[in-house]
Ligand binder design. Sequence first.
Ligand SMILES: [Zn+2]
Length: 450
Amino acid sequence: MKTTSLVCLFLLLLNSQFTIAQTTVDDPEIKKMISEVKSENMEATVRKLVTFGTRHTLSDTKSNTRGIGAAQRWVKSEFDKYALESNGRLTSKIDFFTIKADGRRIAADTQLGNVMATLKGTDATDDRVLIISGHLDSRASDVMDSKIDAPGANDDASGVAAMMELARIMSKREFPFTLIFVAVVGEEQGLYGAKHLADVAKEGKWNVVAMINNDMIGNSLSSGTLLRDNTQVRVFSETIPYLETEAESKMRKSTNRDNDSPSRQLARYIKTVTNQYVEQLDINLVYRNDRFLRGGDHTPFSQNGFTAIRFCEMNENYNHQHQDVRKENSVQFGDLPEFMDFEYMKKVTCSNLATFSNLAWSPKTPTNVGIEVKDLTNFSTLLWTAPAGKPVYGYNILIRETASSHWEKTIFVKDIKAEIPYSKDNFFFAVQSVDEFGHSSLAVFPVPIR
Ligand SMILES: [Zn+2]
């Protein structure tokens, strides 16, 4: 269901302790940013990246016209253009690191580099970080062939173009905490660039609120089955967190929260925000970390204990993925721009932007979120502690039936405790902080309070 009204506020006084309301507040600034997303910009980025011939991780780094080095320097130069309008808050770098020969897809020790732009926050006391990525490297049929053309228009110039469009638009605005826009390398050789950044974040004890990976978001036609769908995009999220302590595992089992990992809360958040801000695009929540037996750049972040998801088109086209550019029986193979759907890619980028900016302006999550279990009752009582930092306008209590994939009902409260007429035996709940513009934090699943 779409809500287009600026403010819908239905107040219902349930008892003297708190107010129930269903609020949907569209932030005009987010709507304005969404209106600035241009498919022409992203098409130009994709076509430019394709001109480097190949962006294979092990390709030429010296040439200024062909190979991964030229592509890295071009992305950095674009970041530097955006920086001019950021009041000195956007800075860029190529974060070089060395990967040892792995006997698999890295033949010899190789220097790799992620191209990063960091938008500094305006609140020095807010240590939160958001990361959005696409992968710059490409490949052809033979994953070790670093010489042959590998245009990589969809895989993954599309993700890089979306990330750059967000950097361009968001760097003109102020956000309280740090936003990182990154084109990682080494994805096709084994997720090396993302792993490097995930390790830097872990070692530096970064407070990463969310990591969003865009990998293949520009194709809307499936090969073989010929399904055409430009109204859905998949969001992959881990089921049981990769990193889980024994105590967390025990808590998960006792509260049946197998479907409520922080990454899954992020996925549901994306669905809600996309419904609110993006027309004709539904988030298809896929309840697995990635495609069957596969992984992506969000995976090393999940493995390091961070909240991370992947955007990926609904339908994949294997004629145009990991294929040498060639014609066979008059069928064109290869990952070329001519097969892309730039209007679809624009909608997915808008979904990214709505998510990223809502999170970037959100208050911190409520802490100590609990649910009372001392009495047998058909009401449920939730309580929590207000977060530090930016003032909170109120809280959303999110409700869904146990078999439902996404939140079905929202109850808005001003207090830090609420008794709701829904039994904890029949529903799942979570709580998120909200500011007066409707920016909401990620949802927190409650633990029992005895
Ligand atoms: Zn990819």
